[in-house]
Design a protein around this ligand. Sequence first.
Ligand SMILES: Cc1ncc(COP(=O)(O)O)c(C=O)c1O
Length: 417
Amino acid sequence: MNHETYHAPAAETGVDWDRVRADFPLLTRQVNGKPLIYLDSANTGQKPSSVIETVDAFYRQHNANVSRAVHTLGTEATEAYEGARRKLARFLNVRPDELVLCSGTTFAINLVAYSWALPRLKAGDTILVSRMEHHANIVPWQLVAQRTGATVKVAEIHADGTLDLDALYAAMTGDVKLLAITHTSNVLGTVNPVREICREARKRGIVTVVDGSQAVPHRAVDIAAIGCDFYAFTGHKMCGPTGTGALWARKEHLQAMPPFIGGGEMIKEVSFDGTVFNDAPHKFEAGTPNIAGFIGLGAAVDYLDALGMEKVEAREAELLAHATEELDRIEGLRIFGRAQEKAAVISFLIEGAHAHDLATLLDLEGVAVRSGQHCAHPLLQFYGVAATLRASFAFYNTHEEVERFIAALKKVRTLLA
Ligand SMILES: Cc1ncc(COP(=O)(O)O)c(C=O)c1O
């Protein structure tokens, strides 16, 4: 089968995807003498020209610190920075004053761990996490457990990479104070029913932290509708600059939580007798933030909004279906993660070939895929494998790239046979 004969199963999106792809300058480059096929968007996403130009224009024309100076540049920078917060909030259907801007999901989850969990949890309490979590949604809870005497409990998955929901609900016992769960797995692609899960947790008085790193870039996310307590995500996977992300939290939590990091910007008044903290979200944003990055993230939101997240999701579903169909024809290839509700992430192994060797040889063919444990050691332990290859797609990939990736994979496999 070649890409001309491929019939996409999803509905036509009506978007000229070649034109969309042309918005991403990096995708035109060559790697090792071959046209780049970038299949590592779950790791970080590529950036459209509008984002790159917005960051460039900020430094060329508006650069100043935020929330400090009354001069024109200071006002422009502050307005653009706060404007980005408002755009993000609208995009995710939350209030801007409930959105703490930070360096990304890792920081966001640590903020909850140190500021919400550490002062509250004690011996006898339990933090529930799922088997499919990224280390960023495991290690902070282990650190909290070590310091409080609480326990971390694991909700298991089925072999097909879906959550065992019965086991999850059974694990929501009276000692569980917090549930940390991913919206979408970065290894399996599984999209978890977080709305239902948060409803069940809420009924039992369990506070919920949802890791949205792999969901926000790929589907329309309505945080208010999910009904969680905290929602963390990262900007660099959603066409934005690195070092950007946010934590959304219910206002009552933000008000009750002490600051995590102290310094400028997060105070109203400081004296040696005591300090009055700023209101949320600024209470949690000490020091000079990544101003250019967040303004760039605002441009990324504009870009995705104009494209339409439903169209992004439909496009990526087509690419996923195409790539899965082709990979399934390769003898000895095993895919990890067969959820019905699945993002365009495919982890796989080929019998007799090491993942790193395949990834290195694919790179020589211009194909960028990730190999390794994907910051999810416990998940790989569940499958009893040391590493997988992971091809992750974004709306800017093409069906032709899927075909070329498959051809390159077949070629490099024979080199290792
Ligand atoms: C599911 C998931 N959670 C958390 C993270 C951590 O994100 P960041 O490194 O941007 O903090 C990632 C990044 O790969 C991820 O995929």
